[in-house]
Design a protein around this ligand. Structure first.
Ligand code: NAD
Ligand code: ZN
Length: 362
């Protein structure tokens, strides 16, 4: 069973291949790509033991010897210092402008490796092999690559599309349950912003979804990629529409900031943020209270939080106005008009925001 999603971006279009046992597809892709015979696979210390050798062998079968570079797991690896080490490694290996660089891991590996691929020799071929649910449904699709700066997350980066993305569902088997739930936060988001049927499907298949039953996993990952790809196709560089992907993220960023990016996984913070955005949407008279309740019910059913611990309402409120998506001091709220459709509003009254935040912190 294999699914394919095409990201249509003109000359930068690329395929996303999703399924169990898709290694032959990877080999075939590399064989026809016209790459230099030397490349690099970047992965982290958790992922490397499970699949680095197998992936290197697949790529070798296509005639590319790819050296495996293992970085420490965790967000702190998304740094200029780590990027510099990878540049040094690439130079030492003699990688040239047609040498492919593969990102084998979660969003940390993907964002860092993409940044390195975008910058090394002004850009070399980049292939994403995402191994977390979050990376498969979100970070590996859309071309945003970055490292963090001491002063903020993702501040140094680029738009750089991969040549292809291969999502091996087998890789998810070693993923901790909490990481699966974190990915589900973004998956629920896609239903809310674009697809009421998908949202209803998630409600009806919660058990299969949480267990990552193969058919359910393949479907929900493919559907999520289709939705994200479609939004990115229409707005590659976030001029407008792409903003809808930030549903739940305004509050999520405040939760993450206030908890030092330590207490919550990103998808968990997004779940809290979506519960908040649903409440604001209802308070603004946009969303029915029945639909707002469906949103919080699904979040809860997937084992995700709807309220935040370790934060205060005042600090969260102050953070909201420092979010980088704030334009001219006004927050552009992505709100739900119904399940399956969102709108952007910058006229949410202060007391509505304050009441919602206070409710989330209780
Ligand atoms: P992550 O890369 O840190 O992975 C989470 C944990 O799972 C890590 O410990 C990792 O080693 C481990 N892991 C990965 N695959 C595994 C596997 N198959 N089996 C066992 N363990 C495995 O985190 P993430 O949630 O995948 O990604 C978060 C990052 O993604 C953040 O830096 C965020 O900024 C970024 N992101 C980027 C975009 C984008 O558009 N570029 C979008 C969303 C998030
Ligand atoms: Zn997100």
């Amino acid at each position: 069973m294999m699914r394919k999603v095409d990201v249509a971006l003109g000359a930068r279009s690329y395929p996303i291949v999703i399924g169990c046992g898709i290694m032959d597809e990877l080999t075939a892709f590399v064989r026809q790509a016209g790459y230099s015979p030397r490349g690099m696979i970047v992965t982290d210390e958790h992922v490397a033991p499970h699949c680095a050798a197998r992936i290197a062998a697949c790529i070798a079968r296509a005639g590319v010897q790819a050296e495996v570079a293992v970085i420490p797991a965790g967000e702190q690896s998304k740094s200029l210092a780590q990027a510099e080490q990878l540049f040094t490694r690439a130079i030492s290996l003699g990688l040239d402008r047609k040498s492919p660089i593969f990102a084998l891991g979660g969003g940390v590996v993907g964002d860092l490796t993409g940044f390195v691929a975008a910058s090394y020799m002004r850009g070399v071929p980049f292939i994403q092999l995402p191994t977390t649910l979050l990376a498969q449904v979100d970070s590996s699709v859309g071309g945003k690559v970055a490292v963090n700066h001491a002063r903020g997350k993702n501040l140094i980066g680029a738009f750089y599309q991969p040549d292809a993305v291969f999502m091996d569902l087998d890789a998810l088997q070693t993923l901790p349950a909490r990481e699966i739930r974190a990915g589900l936060g973004e998956i629920i988001k896609y239903g809310i912003i674009c697809d009421a049927d998908f949202f209803a499907w998630l409600e009806a298949h919660t058990a299969d979804v949480l267990a990552l039953a193969p058919d359910a996993a393949a479907y929900m990952i493919a559907r999520s990629c289709e939705i994200k790809a479609d939004v990115v196709r229409q707005d590659e560089r976030e001029g407008g529409l792409r903003r809808i992907l930030n549903f739940g993220h305004t509050i999520a960023h405040a939760v993450e900031t206030e908890t030092g990016y330590a207490r919550y996984r990103h998808g968990e913070a997004v779940a809290i943020g979506m519960a908040g955005a649903a409440q604001i949407s209802a308070a603004m008279g946009l969303l029915s209270s029945a639909d707002a309740a469906r949103i919080t019910r699904l979040i809860t059913a997937m084992g995700l939080p709807c309220t935040a611990e370790g934060v205060t309402a005042d600090a969260m409120y102050a953070d909201l106005f420092h979010d980088k998506k704030t334009v001219g001091g006004r927050i552009h709220w992505v709100l739900a008009a119904c399940i399956g459709r969102v709108c952007v509003r910058s006229d949410v009254p202060e007391d509505v925001v304050r009441n919602t935040i206070a409710g989330l912190c209780s």
